[in-house]
Design a protein around this ligand. Sequence first.
Ligand SMILES: *[C@@H]1O[C@H](CO)[C@@H](O)[C@H](O)[C@H]1NC(C)=O
Ligand SMILES: *[C@@H]1O[C@H](CO)[C@@H](O)[C@H](O)[C@H]1NC(C)=O
Ligand SMILES: *[C@@H]1O[C@H](CO)[C@@H](O)[C@H](O)[C@H]1NC(C)=O
Ligand SMILES: *[C@@H]1O[C@H](CO)[C@@H](O)[C@H](O)[C@H]1NC(C)=O
Ligand SMILES: *[C@@H]1O[C@H](CO)[C@@H](O)[C@H](O)[C@H]1NC(C)=O
Ligand SMILES: *[C@@H]1O[C@H](CO)[C@@H](O)[C@H](O)[C@H]1NC(C)=O
Length: 393
Amino acid sequence: MKPSLFLILFPVAVLADVVSYNERNVVPWEPKNSTSVDQSVINNGYYYLSDRTNSVVHVVNIASGALAADIKGFAGLNLVNGKADPGTSGPNGLIVLPDRNELYVGDGDGSVKVVDLRNNTVVASIHTGAAYRADEFAYDVNRQLITVTNPEEIIPLVTIISVANRTVLGNITFPDATNGVEQPAWNPIDGYVYVSVPETKTNPGGEIDVVDIENFKLIKVLQQPNCNSHGIVFGPYQQLLLGCSQDSIFTYGTAHIAIMDVSTGTVAATINGIAGADQVTYDPTTNFYYVSAYQNTANGTKQGLPDPVLGIIDAASYTLVQTIPTDNITAHSVAVDPKTNTLVVPLAKSGITFYDIGYSTNSPGTGTSGAGRAQPLHLFLIAVATFAAIMNL
Ligand SMILES: *[C@@H]1O[C@H](CO)[C@@H](O)[C@H](O)[C@H]1NC(C)=O
Ligand SMILES: *[C@@H]1O[C@H](CO)[C@@H](O)[C@H](O)[C@H]1NC(C)=O
Ligand SMILES: *[C@@H]1O[C@H](CO)[C@@H](O)[C@H](O)[C@H]1NC(C)=O
Ligand SMILES: *[C@@H]1O[C@H](CO)[C@@H](O)[C@H](O)[C@H]1NC(C)=O
Ligand SMILES: *[C@@H]1O[C@H](CO)[C@@H](O)[C@H](O)[C@H]1NC(C)=O
Ligand SMILES: *[C@@H]1O[C@H](CO)[C@@H](O)[C@H](O)[C@H]1NC(C)=O
C-alpha cells in the first residue's frame, strides 16, 4: 500500500500521545471455545483467523463485527498424550494474495491449502514435501512467488511455490538453526525475503536471514540483539520490527522489542519493558506497529508474573503508546485494518475481540492503559487519516 496523503500532510507523531483503542465488540467462539489459534490477517473488509480447535479459518465482517463464514478442510488440533501437537495441527499461518483473491493457509500435514475468497472454499492443496506442518508465509507479488516455512523438520526450511501453477519450485534450508524458523517477510525494495530465525549455533540470540527465493540462496545474515524473534514485519524506511519472544526474557533477562534498519543491519531502536511476542503487524495509516506480547512478564524477568499485553508502538518515535491486557493462550495473534484502523485480537475467554481507535478518557479501569487524552484536533486528524485511507488518497 502506498503511504496515505495524511502521512505526507501531517506528522504522525502528533497522534502518538493521544491514541487509544477501545473495545467495540466480540464474536464469541463457535462451535466450541478455542484453546489454540494461530495467525490472523485482514483484507478488503474481512478478518481471517486460523482456529485449530474448531478446524476452521473464521471469516468476520469488520464493519458489522459478525461472523461471515467458517472455511473448512484443515487438520484440526492434534493431541499427543493429551497435549496439543503444533507440528501436526492446522490451520497455522496464513496470507492473503489480494491480486488473486486467494488465501494461502499452512496445514498440519505439510500441505498449503489455497482458498478461493469469492466462496471461502479450499480449491487446491499443495504439498511442500515436509513431514510436519506448513506454517508462515511471505508473498512476492512481483515474481508471483509464495514462501512458506516448514519449522518442524530436523533441518528447518522454507519452500517456494509458484502461485500461477501452484507447484513447488524449490526450498532453502537453515542447517544452522537450533529452534526452527519463524515469520518470513518480503522486501519489495530489494526483492529478497527476510526470515526470522530465532536461534542458531552462530547467533544464539537470533538472526534475520536474507534469502533470494528465485535462486534458493542465502544472501546475508543480520545478527539480532538478544531477541529470539518470532514475528517480524516491515514498517517505514526499510525498518523491520522484531517481535522478541519469551526466550529472550528467559535466556538473557532482556525484555525488549527491536527495530532493525535492514539496509545496514544495525539496530535502530529497542523498546524496553515489552517482550514475549509472537505475531506482529504494521498499519501504514497510523504508522504504528502492533505486537502480540502474549508471553510478556510483569517485570521483564523469568520470575515475573505473566503480563500478557497487546503493545502498540509508534514507528516514528519508537515509543510504546498503549498496552491492552490480553491473555497467554490465544492472544498471540494480531491483525489491523489499514482502512478503518480497527484492531483485532482473539481472546480465549470471550472470543474474537474488535477494538476501534478513538477517545481516551484517560480514566483507569477501561481495560487499557498508557494512552493520553484525545484533543478535538487530534480526533480530526485521525478522521482525516481514516478518510484518506478509505478514499485511497
Ligand atoms: C465459552 O466460554 C464462555 C465464557 O467462559 C462460557 O460462558 C461458555 O459457556 C463457553 N462455551 C462453551 C461452548 O464452552
Ligand atoms: C468455489 O470457486 C471455485 C473457483 O471459481 C470453484 O472451482 C469451486 O467449485 C467453488 N466451490 C464452491 C463450493 O462453490
Ligand atoms: C528440498 O529440495 C531438495 C532439492 O533441492 C529436495 O531433495 C528435498 O526433498 C526438499 N526438501 C523437502 C522437505 O521437500
Ligand atoms: C510453474 O511456474 C513457474 C514460474 O512461476 C515456472 O518456473 C515453472 O516451471 C512452472 N512449473 C510447471 C510444472 O509448470
Ligand atoms: C520480578 O517479579 C517476581 C514475582 O513477583 C519476583 O519474584 C522477582 O523478584 C522480581 N524480580 C525483579 C528483578 O524485580
Ligand atoms: C498463563 O497465565 C496464567 C494467569 O493468567 C498463569 O496461571 C499461567 O501459569 C500462565 N501460563 C503460562 C504457560 O505462562
